[in-house]
Design a protein around this ligand. Structure first.
Ligand code: URA
Length: 261
């Protein structure tokens, strides 16, 4: 093939790929302006979805859950694979691994940052003050904690509730990915800057990310403020409620029951 033919073939492939992305609802791509010294693997702009429903069905991008098992069996198998995890330095100070809680076939998954003191003590995510607020938010959506699944980017408490570090995320995120592949949710809510930035590979502030649909591994994702932030800034509850209303509208549109409505 001549250089010109090769270029034409590449151009055609690129056009087809862009058309495929557009059919999937992707309305923007990061500009290819990364230069040496910047972070080449972090997207400047995560994929924003024009219409979340277009990618509501998990795509081939969703990784296989352990052994291809889904639901409760998949989650159990992944928990077994995690074992008494010693993969990162958080092993030293944790009391309990905080794996996740709720419906193994949940249509909606909430992902937070990392366990705090109460979660470390009990082994259950979001049980402290921020967790109680999250429970109220879930109930206000016409759901219960048992209807959704709740988990975090990290499964062990960072000492003093410091921010998660890249090596800790690198070890832990594959398990979250596998959990999500086993649950096969129709939507994900990322709680707070940390979860949103981590799942979307973005540096954008949560104030800019929140309120729009993105995708994580083919699943529509809505970033919103973390309940702990709401405890400090109650005026932001209005924005969170607006974000959750978008999620509720989407649940209703897909015919997913909200039993406590
Ligand atoms: N904050 C989080 O992000 N996760 C928890 O489980 C508790 C508090």
């Amino acid at each position: 093939m001549s250089a010109r033919e090769e270029l034409l073939a590449l151009t055609r492939q690129l056009k087809e790929h862009v058309a495929w992305l557009e059919r999937g609802g992707v309305v923007g791509l990061p500009k290819g302006q990364q230069t040496a010294g910047t972070q080449p693997n972090r997207a400047a702009q995560p994929n924003r979805l024009a219409q979340p429903n277009r990618l509501a069905q998990p795509t081939a991008a969703v990784p296989e859950s352990a052994g291809g098992l889904t639901g409760a069996a998949g989650l159990e198998q992944i928990r077994e694979a995690l074992g008494d995890c010693q993969r990162c330095k958080l092993r030293d100070k944790r009391t309990n691994i905080v794996y996740g809680v709720g419906n193994p076939d949940a249509p909606l998954v909430f992902v937070g940052e990392a366990p705090g003191a109460d979660e470390d003590r009990t082994g259950e995510p979001f049980v402290g003050a921020a967790g109680q607020l999250l429970t109220k938010m879930i109930e206000a959506m016409g759901l219960g904690r048992e209807d959704v699944y709740i988990c975090n980017i990290l499964k062990c408490r960072p000492p003093g509730n410091r921010n998660p570090e890249p090596d800790e995320i690198a070890e832990c995120e594959p398990f979250l990915k596998r959990q999500l592949a086993a649950i096969r949710p129709r939507m994900i809510v990322a709680l707070g800057k940390f979860a949103a930035q981590c799942l979307l590979r973005s540096d954008a502030p949560i104030s800019r990310l929140r309120g729009s649909w993105y995708e994580y591994e083919g699943v529509p994702l809505m970033p919103t403020y973390h309940p702990a932030f709401l405890l400090r800034t109650p005026s932001a509850k209005r924005e969170v409620w607006a974000d959750l209303q978008q999620v509720m509208a989407e649940l209703d549109r897909l015919g997913i029951a909200r039993p406590k409505k």
